[in-house]
Design a protein around this ligand. Sequence first.
Ligand code: FAD
Length: 484
Amino acid sequence: MNNELSGNGIRNGEQYLAGLRDDRDVWLRGEKVDDVTSHPGLSRGARTLAGFLDKQFDATLQDVITYEEDGTRYATSFLVPKSKADIEKRGAAFYQWATWSNGMFGRTPDYKNASVMAFGSAADFLAQGKPEFAENMRNYYQYVRNNDKVLTHTLVNPTYSHEQAKEGKYSDKVALQVVKETDAGIVVNGARLLATLGPHADEIEVFPSTLLKASEENLPFAFAFAIPINTPGLRLICRDSYDHEKSHFDAPLSSRFEEMDAVVTFKNVLVPWERVFMYREPLLCNKAFADTNAVVHMMHQVACGKLAKAEFMVGLLCAMAKATGKDKDMNVKGQIAEAMWATETVRALRFSAEAHAEADSRGIFVPARRPLDTSRNLFPKMYPRLVELVQLIGSSSLMATPSEADITSDIADDIGQYFQTVNLASKDRIALFRLAHDVAVSGFGNRQALYERFFFGPQNVMASIYFDLYDKDEMMDRVDLLLK
Ligand SMILES: Cc1cc2nc3c(=O)[nH]c(=O)nc-3n(C[C@H](O)[C@H](O)[C@H](O)COP(=O)(O)OP(=O)(O)OC[C@H]3O[C@@H](n4cnc5c(N)ncnc54)[C@H](O)[C@@H]3O)c2cc1C
């Protein structure tokens, strides 16, 4: 990797797409995908991300979404925060990236960049395993940043038995494990759930879970490494695509933001030692995301993105209500106010975390954890409710959604006449409610809700960690005082 450490910083979309045209082993609908940049179920998601990367060269955005160091520009998500202002800059960049998809392309590269930055800055943590693991991580941060690589990650072993998983044990029938050690590296076999953006990524991080703790005896399952997606033996098995090749009018979101999720399988995959960061250390693995603050920096990216998404949902609800004049109705106002409260809660949590950022023991600034942790526990509950509000306010209009082709067909007169509302011409009303349909009814929309419910981990486990970390003593003392 050493000769690859130097790079030119930010990449444009064409450079990114060219990097995806390799011999990666991606499977979709029973066939091996030849080229993810031209496959009908995958190409538009890839091109969307390419368009986002192009924005890094937009002079009006560069101050926010990039930073300069020794004459080279890098994505802001790689910036090691040395002040509160740096934290705010990172937050502004996360938010900016999310606005381009209104949060519907959840796994933009800044999410993983936040984690790589944190691990790179806290690499001494990994030296507790072996000193060279720390060096590996410092090099990996340089490599990813300097070459603007797009990463996915997979943190979770498939559950074979719930009882076994609750004890932190993994099944060797399905879970990813080390089967051999050689001079060149470790050899791994098994599967991992799940890699969002996998087919569209350059690299995959295979790390322990941020949440699910492994038991002490899980030695063959306890590791962290990163490899290129086209590493021999690594396979991505995609779910069905939600990009059904419809026009942007017919499917405004799924035609643009299909980021794809894939199960990852490993058949005797050789991971070179220089790409190994933790090995046979379950207890270290369990602490890694917390002790390096990677989880906090990731939560920061997430809260900023969820703010953009919640704002969009408010905008959508207001536009839908306005279409028929429902926005004058007190009950409807009350329903939309609920979405506004959700949005303002996420906003307040984001800015509170930034305002209370402090330097950690390594001198790296970290946003306050508690507001971000509150946001990551609340949003999985808020988002399904926002979707429900779109359904409640949209009602049958979500079905009065003929396709673009109908608008110019032989029944164009009927469409023009019967789909209009007091505030919208037929075509505009259909466009708006097709968008709402893609949010709240389509396969794409339902996957979004599932993503929000689960992508950071099981809700009960996240809530239980939140409870454990919450500083309760002073509050309980006040209760005690009253009882004395
Ligand atoms: C759309 C989508 C995208 C995703 N993208 C990614 C990704 O990119 N990378 C990634 O790594 N993951 C991803 N995930 C996976 C996500 O991390 C998991 O879905 C989540 O952690 C829940 O795990 P599970 O799916 O195995 O759920 P379940 O099968 O419900 O398992 C939950 C886990 O929690 C354990 N558990 C439950 N209750 C308890 C308890 N009381 N005490 C202890 N343990 C308990 C279970 O035993 C099990 O291990 C994604 C998920 C979705 C839906």
